[in-house]
Each structure stands twice: as structure tokens, then as C-alpha cells.
Design a protein around this ligand. Structure first.
Ligand SMILES: [Zn+2]
Length: 140
């Protein structure tokens, strides 16, 4: 199996909008019940129906909830976890992203709390399958 490289990651999930679109596609349908279709609201982590104006915030019920850290940074940290088989220190996240230790620790904790890295065989899966699984886990 071909390894999912940092190059793959940055071309596919290089910015917040790309990550949000991925999250949206996993959790929601672009077609609204009213017959309209959902589009990204510019400058916000929200999608809105073109017709009934219903809004969804795709990251709201995921482990990324309430975080102001770019989603691309979250995806990068998940990629680190994947490469290190679930063992990543907060200090490493801090150094790699240039964020505070506190923020790094919180990210690490949120990902640990999903319980995904304790699951058997999870690191044999494709990286994007891991992403899909994490996105579908609702935080406690
Ligand atoms: Zn609608």
C-alpha cells in the first residue's frame, strides 16, 4: 500500500476550506430536503442551503468542535498520530505547529478522547479511512 505522504496531505488538505468540505461530504449531503443545495459560506465554517437558507456547521459535532486552530493543522496532527502509531507528545505538536503547549495538549487530548488509536488494526487502514472514522466520532 502506498504511504500517504505529507505531500499528499498538503495538496489535498492544505487549507481550512478543503478540510471542511471533506468533513461536510462525510456527514452531510449537498442536497437539502427542500430541493436546494448546500454551499460554503465565505469566511465561516458553515454551509448554507441556497433555497431555504438552512445552515450546518460540519465541524460542530466532531472532535474539532470549538477549536480555532485551522482544520488543516488538525488533519496534520492526525497524520502525525497515524505515522507514529498513536504516540505523539504534546511537545512535538507544539514544535511542529508553532503553537502553545496548552493548545497542543488540548488537541492531543481531543484526539485521544476519540478512542480511535486504541482500536486494533487502525494503523493498517488507509489514512483517509482513519480521517473518516475520526470525523464520525462524536465527542463526549
Ligand atoms: Zn434547503
Amino acid at each position: 500500500m502506498k504511504r500517504y505522504s505529507i505531500k499528499n496531505l498538503s495538496s489535498e488538505f492544505g487549507d481550512d476550506a478543503a478540510c471542511l468540505a471533506f468533513i461536510f461530504s462525510i456527514l452531510y449531503s449537498y442536497d437539502c430536503n427542500c430541493g436546494g443545495s448546500f454551499q460554503k459560506v465565505s469566511g465561516r465554517r458553515t454551509y448554507q442551503c441556497s433555497r431555504c437558507r438552512a445552515q450546518v456547521a460540519p465541524a460542530a459535532h466532531t472532535c474539532f468542535h470549538g477549536s480555532r486552530t485551522p482544520l488543516s493543522s488538525w488533519f496534520y496532527v492526525i497524520w502525525l498520530f497515524y505515522g507514529h502509531k498513536g504516540r505523539v507528545h504534546a511537545s512535538e505538536i507544539r514544535d511542529q505547529l508553532g503553537i502553545t503547549y496548552k493548545c497542543a495538549w488540548r488537541m492531543r487530548q481531543a484526539l485521544e478522547d476519540t478512542g480511535i488509536f486504541k482500536k486494533k488494526g487502525v494503523f493498517q487502514n488507509d489514512f483517509k479511512d482513519l480521517l473518516r472514522e475520526i470525523i464520525q466520532i462524536k465527542p463526549k
